[in-house]
Design a protein around this ligand. Structure first.
Ligand code: ADP
Ligand code: MG
Length: 541
């Protein structure tokens, strides 16, 4: 059954939205299907990618309609290296729905009817036949795809019982082809992961087979090593370990707990009533650090706010890279402590808080430090990356710390207090623009247009797909209209929404059926809200 959900006004407008519904009995889904969530996720993802491949075959450039604008386009939101829950493919009990877009062909105001007929009556049916019907589906590839996601899920379930923040299986390939190409690096120079014996653990795949790899334990772990030896590559792989990856990616068996949040400095960001007092005490002009506001935060205050906001949402591990941190936020050494005395420096550096974060807030830290050995004093584990190989240098680092005391004085004055939950003011979320009551959109991966405001998400390194960006825009609106209650904190109200999404599916994010949204965590939704320049905070709960 072909549903036509929306027809575009002209060839330059957003393309028309279609949906194909295939009865489960006709679709090529045999043994791989069961109600288990991760298997369904793998299946949906596989079907979307098969559909995309069929589009490329059937609508090859020379066969594409020659109208203006988007004429002749057929497109599905199939995704990149990560496997995300998407609205593009939904497997229901009875049927499979595939949502995609077509650019109906036209030249100016003239409809190209014959070409439209060919698209809708020949190309679309061929695409469906080649990707969804039983005889076309590559059952072996489907089984591998589903197994990859199911195994990833099984591994992730074992992290917490084993006291692990993350796990990197032996043989995993972490480096990417380039800074703009997320496909795996190939060639002889690639060094696959191999756990040092001290950190090696065995976890079980879904079928009971065990897999060896490096376990990053709870507590404070440092990743040290020379420049260009693979430190950031490892940390970035851990950051994206919150998502399953497609077969062949190299990171199929890299898993991180769902509460892992990568934080960084982000000067210029907006901050609304965040209690940054764990890291920043008195500021010039006695600005309130318990309800810190800024339209233009500094490197250190932005990094402090990013950490406190992550804790507010329940982060249980932070990932921090020196490459993207404010140096003065990370550490003040002995000499600087003597020159600029404590009463002249409002920052309590992270090095003096990292242990407390674990002891008080049960939040672990994994950080890349190539430049500052003072951190040896506060580390449980020190992993050295040497020529892309991990080694455990914990004992040696502890010896060095004893031989060469840093001479630093601890700068904390007060112990860590509990993190408060802020209550947003509902008037912060006005989606209207001009004559339209609701105008929400996304520009690429990094920007959301919400009413009159532009939201910058460039610092959210765990977002991987523009469909997630679009979803956040919709979810902020859903949150403001359905979930934001007077007096309820950001975390509890957002978590109610996310748990409804889990059970009812991402379709509830929009009033009409769309195929271009992908799931995000509550951390990313909160992070987007926190960056709204219109956000005001009513109080605390
Ligand atoms: P660091 O943070 O230690 O300075 P990076 O993680 O940025 O180093 O890595 C430096 C370069 O090495 C990058 O171009 C990256 O793609 C490459 N690289 C990282 N890990 C590996 C590996 N295991 N095998 C081959 N190349 C790698
Ligand atoms: Mg680096």
């Amino acid at each position: 059954v072909l549903h036509v959900d929306h027809v575009q006004g002209d060839p330059f407008a957003a393309p028309s939205r279609l949906c194909v519904e295939v009865d489960r009995r006709h679709a090529g889904l045999s043994a791989a299907v069961d109600p288990d969530d991760s298997a369904r996720l793998g299946l949906e993802d596989f079907l979307g990618r098969s559909f995309a491949r069929a589009i490329r075959r059937v609508v090859a450039p020379r066969r594409r309609s020659r109208g203006m604008g988007n004429s002749g386009l057929v497109e599905i939101d199939a995704g990149g290296q990560e496997v995300l829950e998407r609205t593009a493919v939904v497997v229901f009990d009875e049927a499979v729905e595939i949502r995609f877009v077509v650019g109906l062909p036209a030249r100016g105001r003239t409809v190209l009817g014959h070409q439209a007929a060919r698209m809708l009556l020949e190309q679309v049916p061929q695409i469906v036949q080649q990707s969804l019907l039983a005889r076309a589906v590559d059952q072996q590839a489907l089984a591998l795809h589903v197994r990859t996601v199911v195994d990833w899920t099984a591994l992730r379930g074992q992290l917490r019982p084993h006291g692990l923040v993350a796990f990197v299986a032996d043989g995993a390939v972490l480096p990417r082809r380039s800074g703009v190409d997320p496909q795996p690096l190939t060639g002889e120079s690639v060094v696959p992961c191999c756990s040092p014996p001290e950190l090696a653990v065995e976890l079980e795949l879904a079928n009971g087979h065990s897999v060896r790899g490096m376990g990053i334990p709870d507590g404070v772990s440092l990743i040290v090593g020379g420049g260009f030896h693979g430190k950031s590559t490892l940390l970035d792989a851990l950051a994206l370990g919150i998502y399953p990856h497609i077969p062949g990616d190299g990171r199929e068996r890299v898993v991180a707990r769902d509460g892992v949040v990568k934080v960084r400095a982000e000067d210029g960001r907006r901050v609304a009533a965040v209690d940054i007092s764990p890291f920043i005490t008195d500021l010039p002009h006695s600005r309130d650090v318990r309800r810190f506001h800024s339209d233009d935060a500094s490197g250190s205050t932005s990094q402090a706010a990013n950490i406190v906001e992550a804790l507010e949402m329940g982060a249980d591990a932070l990932l921090i890279d020196e490459d993207t941190s404010a140096t003065n936020f990370m550490v003040r050494d002995r000499r600087m402590q003597q020159l600029v005395t404590k009463d002249q420096e409002p920052i309590v550096p992270f090095i003096d808080r990292v242990r407390g974060l674990h002891a008080v807030h049960r939040c672990s830290t994994v950080m890349v430090v190539g430049g500052c050995g003072d951190y040896f004093d506060v580390a449980d584990r020190v992993i050295q990356m040497d020529q892309y190989q991990a080694t455990d240098v914990t004992i040696r680092a502890a010896q060095i710390a004893r031989q060469h005391p840093s001479g630093r004085a601890d700068e904390t004055r007060l112990p860590l207090a509990s993190i408060v939950s802020r209550v947003p003011d509902p008037r912060s979320f006005d989606p209207s623009k001009g004559r339209r009551d609701v105008k929400i959109g996304a520009r690429g991966l990094r920007e959301i247009l919400f009413g009159e405001t532009v939201l910058e998400l460039g610092a959210l390194e765990q977002m991987v797909d523009p469909s997630q960006t679009r979803a956040i825009g919709e979810l902020i609106h859903l949150y403001a209209t359905e979930y934001l209650n007077r007096g309820e904190g950001l975390r509890s109200s957002l978590e109610r929404m996310m748990s409804d999404l889990q059970s009812e599916g991402l379709d509830v994010a929009t009033s009409h059926r769309v195929g271009n949204l992908a799931l995000v965590r509550s951390f990313e939704v909160a992070a987007a809200i926190n960056r709204m320049r219109t956000l005001s905070i009513e109080g605390q709960s």
